[in-house]
Structures are given as structure tokens and as C-alpha cells.
Design a protein around this ligand. Structure first.
Ligand SMILES: CC(C)(COP(=O)(O)OP(=O)(O)OC[C@H]1O[C@@H](n2cnc3c(N)ncnc32)[C@H](O)[C@@H]1OP(=O)(O)O)[C@@H](O)C(=O)NCCC(=O)NCCS
Length: 176
């Protein structure tokens, strides 16, 4: 049973997030290898706005991942499927290379979806739009109970729309 701790990111986290975003396994899919200052501004912008909330995630007391949870109705994704008013979307990046590919990602995504459902009673779906070629990501979302709902032609990629419903809860135990 793995416990994850999430805290809202702060501009002071920008140096580490900027470093994580330069990692080859992340930059390939996120393409946000920005400088520290831009990340500080980005975090400030997100925290002040309605669109998206940035989080730093810890396991066993060690921070290892960066996550964004966004309101689909304020996101570009709203143009690409028939969204629910309270749908949430997630972006995830495991920055600590020593923790990649060890089963944490799928547990984190399951835990994240369950936390969103708990915190947002009106939210019926948590979604994601991984690149169709991002095999670890698609597999991690699938293992976390997300189901493929077809392809999306986004400007920079062909993505899979992956949808997690409340009904998909259960299965692997994961507390947060
Ligand atoms: C995507 C990501 C969160 C997945 O987390 P992870 O801890 O590395 O993945 P897991 O160890 O939980 O494995 C998830 C699944 O992918 C498979 N997998 C992991 N690494 C893989 C690889 N390099 N190639 C193929 N499959 C792989 C695992 O076998 C597992 O599949 P299974 O459940 O069917 O056995 C993580 O790799 C990451 O941060 N990647 C960079 C950023 C990114 O791509 N974010 C997603 C953008 S939408």
C-alpha cells in the first residue's frame, strides 16, 4: 500500500521542477524544458488562476513528481470531446529518475483520480491526453483504471483520450 502526499507547488519549487522538466524521459512528452524563471511565473499563474493547480508529490517523505490537475472546461481539451462541466484532467511527470518504471506512476494516477473524486463531488470523470506513442504513460493510465475513448488530433500530437470514472474505483488499494 503506497501513500502519496500532495502539496500545492510554490514558485520556490521552480528550480527543481525546471530540472525535472529537462530529464529526457519527460522533455520528450512535456516539451516544457523552460528556465527557472519561466517555471516560477508559470506556477504563480496557475496558483492564481482557475484553470489548473500544480502539485509536488512525495512518497516516503521524498518529493519525486510534479502533477497538474486542471478544469477541462477552461482547457484546450474542451474543444476535443463532449466534456462534463466538472471534469478534471491530469498531467504527471516523475522527476526522480530512480523512481521511474517501478510501478509508482500507475499507483499515483489511481490515487490522484480517487483524491479528485473525493475533493470534487460533482466531478464524474478524470481525463488525460497522453501521446499515443507514450507507452509507459498509456499503460500507467490504463492500470490506474482509465479507459481509452479514442484518438484526439491535438496541434502537436496524436493523443489518446483516457477517461476514469467513479465506477472504476476499487481494485488496487492505494491510500493518500
Ligand atoms: C508516465 C509515467 C508517469 C509512468 O510512471 P512509471 O512509474 O514510470 O510507470 P509504472 O512503473 O507505473 O508502469 C506503468 C506501466 O507502463 C509500463 N512501462 C513502464 N515503463 C515502460 C517502458 N519504458 N516501456 C514500456 N512500458 C513501460 C509498465 O510495465 C506498466 O505497465 P503494466 O501495468 O501493464 O505492467 C512516468 O514514466 C513519467 O513521469 N514519464 C515522463 C512524463 C510523462 O510521460 N508523463 C505523461 C504525460 S501524459
Amino acid at each position: 500500500m503506497t501513500s502519496f502526499e500532495l502539496r500545492v507547488a510554490d514558485p520556490a519549487d521552480a528550480p527543481r521542477i525546471a530540472l525535472w522538466m529537462q530529464r529526457p524521459h519527460i522533455v520528450r512528452w512535456w516539451q516544457q524544458d523552460w528556465c527557472v524563471e519561466r517555471w516560477a511565473q508559470e506556477i504563480e499563474r496557475q496558483v492564481a488562476g482557475e484553470h489548473s493547480t500544480p502539485y509536488v508529490v512525495a512518497v516516503d517523505g521524498e518529493e519525486f513528481a510534479y502533477v497538474e490537475v486542471y478544469r477541462v472546461r477552461h482547457d484546450r481539451l474542451a474543444k476535443y470531446y463532449v466534456y462534463g462541466e466538472d471534469d478534471r484532467g491530469v498531467h504527471v511527470a516523475i522527476g526522480d529518475v530512480s523512481r521511474v518504471g517501478r510501478g509508482l506512476g500507475k499507483q499515483l494516477l489511481r490515487s490522484l483520480a480517487e483524491q479528485v473524486f473525493l475533493a470534487e463531488p460533482a466531478c464524474a470523470q478524470v481525463v488525460a491526453e497522453p501521446d499515443i506513442d507514450n507507452v509507459p504513460s498509456v499503460r500507467a493510465f490504463t492500470a490506474a483504471g482509465f479507459v481509452q475513448h479514442g484518438e484526439l488530433r491535438l496541434p502537436e500530437k496524436t493523443a489518446l483520450l483516457m477517461v476514469r470514472t467513479r465506477a472504476a474505483q476499487g481494485g488496487m488499494t492505494c491510500t493518500t
